[in-house]
Design a protein around this ligand. Sequence first.
Ligand SMILES: Cc1cc2nc3c(=O)[nH]c(=O)nc-3n(C[C@H](O)[C@H](O)[C@H](O)COP(=O)(O)OP(=O)(O)OC[C@H]3O[C@@H](n4cnc5c(N)ncnc54)[C@H](O)[C@@H]3O)c2cc1C
Ligand SMILES: Cc1cc2nc3c(=O)[nH]c(=O)nc-3n(C[C@H](O)[C@H](O)[C@H](O)COP(=O)(O)O)c2cc1C
Length: 656
Amino acid sequence: MTLAHVFQPIDLGPATLPNRIARSAHGTALAQHGIDEDLIAYHEARARGGVGLTILEIALVHPSSPSPSGIPAWDRSTIAGYERLMERLGRYEMRVFQQLWHAGRHALPADGSPPWAPSAIPSVDLGVMPLAMSHDQIDELVEAFAAAAANAREGGLHGVEVHLAHGYLLNQFLSPLANQRDDEYGGPLENRLRFPLRVLQAVRDAVGSELAVGVRLNGEDGVPGGLSNADMVDVARRLDATGLLDFFNLSLGNRWAHHKMIGPMHEPHGYELRTSVPIAAAVCKPAIVTGRILNLQEAERVLAAGDADVVSMVRATIADPDLVRKTRGGLASRVRPCIGCNHGCFAGIRNNPPRIGCAVNVGAGRETVLGDDRLPPADVVRDVVVIGGGPAGLEAARVAALRGHRVTLYEATERLGGQLAYARRAPLRGDIGTIADWLAAELTPLGVDVHLQTPVDAAVLASRSPDAVIVATGATPRRDGFQAARPLHPLAGAGTMLTSWDILGADGAGAPGFGRRALVLDDLGHYEAIAVIDRLFEEVETVHLVTRFAELGTLVDSSLSAAPARERFGIRDFHVHPHSWLEGFADGGATIASLDADVRRAVDVDTVVLVSGATPRRPLDVVDGFVGPVHVVGDALGHRFLLTAVHDGNRAGRAV
Ligand SMILES: Cc1cc2nc3c(=O)[nH]c(=O)nc-3n(C[C@H](O)[C@H](O)[C@H](O)COP(=O)(O)OP(=O)(O)OC[C@H]3O[C@@H](n4cnc5c(N)ncnc54)[C@H](O)[C@@H]3O)c2cc1C
Ligand SMILES: Cc1cc2nc3c(=O)[nH]c(=O)nc-3n(C[C@H](O)[C@H](O)[C@H](O)COP(=O)(O)O)c2cc1C
């Protein structure tokens, strides 16, 4: 496929983009202490990689809306940071804009006063009633947006984007769900638009015609009584008609549906186009669209169809900063894929401490030290044996080989990928397997010697006599009925029950009988129970979830995986037993006991699936007689996640 449309320059007002690939704003938490080397290196890697436009993460325009993942643009000292950033990025063709943001009712002001909002309607996240903003406060924020825009201009940026989406302050004024004022800022749409239009006018006045000015706009509220897609087409037309704007950057999702903003892997590629394309078609100015558009071929299709003028690819270029450059150079197959897990990026900025990262790209957010281009060449070329071809072993082999070592990888089964072979077979989880495919394919040009169906034992290792060994043998599901909340009361008979490996690993004649009423014991609170339930609902009528947590997927809420799963299961015969443990299962019935009170409930089920952790496979006898360095990585070290497996593997590949 030619990429004729992708590589056409385009003008967004005064800013000329060298191509049609953008990165819309996204929090990194790299600017908590101002714009420093970490943030600069993060964006420089993508500028070098050929991206056409970057919109910097939220600029905080006023202390009534602080955030750890934003640029404190209310402070004029930020200008010096912008200048440093632009001095470095000035070497590249990539244009750089700044997003201007106020969270309204979703932010707690730094001084402890109540949030600022159009009306006294609380955020769905914060248990604090906001203040309906006074006219003075409205005037103050109009000036604050303008001052932040002026700072961006002074710092040398090429444009600004006003955040009118995602249920933040200006969007709150727009939406009848949040704006119930009875003054000239509430009521009919022309009134609800008054404050956003004042901000846009002030921002335009502050930057003049030198900088591009645009808006981030949602395709719909997605909540009954909120703004529909047709309403947003109307809003966009009105904004377009003002002549204040150079571009529209279209998005989806808000605090009611955060998972629509940063759609995880269950969303189809281009999932936001349904609401973005009608708006793009309605406005005269260029439109940017986004939403799991993962490679330049997909971007080209959107552009060639005339559905948009620019395509934003945020997570795809977190996973591979060189996506554009590699593809242009004929190396599309070498682009490291984004799997849409959100474990490193969005969950990363919600971690404590917050910081952007990536499950599959260890260098993301750590470009100064961990990017592939920072790998230290091997001082001495060594023979390295990697035992296990799951993600940890594959990444370890890739990195060791990139550094120049001679690497041999042994995998016991007939295929590479480890547990991802199970994970990818769950409905809607197929993309997780693409990273295993990529890692495996990368080993060939690097000359890694791969042996499938070769379980390593002491004899195999002795025959190789390597200089270093990396043990990446993974973990196998527990079948001992262990439950963390009742460690001394294992579930009797667990040895004969099913695990995720049983229900995702086999099909056809080898598949287990599922029955009609299943119970999932989820002792982990992660992705695995979600994968299991999705699979079960292909076969059974009823699923009971027994979990020690408050709800399904508690620990993957920050990667936005739990809420969409609850949406999917909510329309099925699905019963959650929170704060509970499974006391027994016999004769078609399970006894579920509360962890809060001495209460039991009997439920009628015919199948139990255990999601209760995995036991590390540490074949220490294999390395017993070996005297060189041994690195144990991934689930073999401790049962965890894909992210930790890849990051462990990377560390070991650097260490050998
Ligand atoms: C159903 C399911 C869904 C999941 N979903 C997610 C998810 O959404 N997000 C997430 O972060 N994580 C998920 N995980 C967990 C994730 O897959 C694991 O954490 C990750 O695969 C661990 O990688 P690893 O390389 O350490 O081990 P493994 O993936 O277990 O790979 C180990 C490999 O070593 C091989 N091996 C073992 N012994 C030997 C030997 N002696 N010689 C040679 N080879 C050997 C094994 O055959 C295997 O291929 C899921 C797991 C399951 C089961
Ligand atoms: C870590 C992270 C933080 C984000 N923060 C913002 C933000 O501050 N402002 C914004 O408008 N969008 C934000 N987004 C949404 C992205 O701009 C983009 O719309 C979304 O990631 C979907 O695009 P993608 O599928 O190409 O990643 C964020 C996305 C991610 C992954």
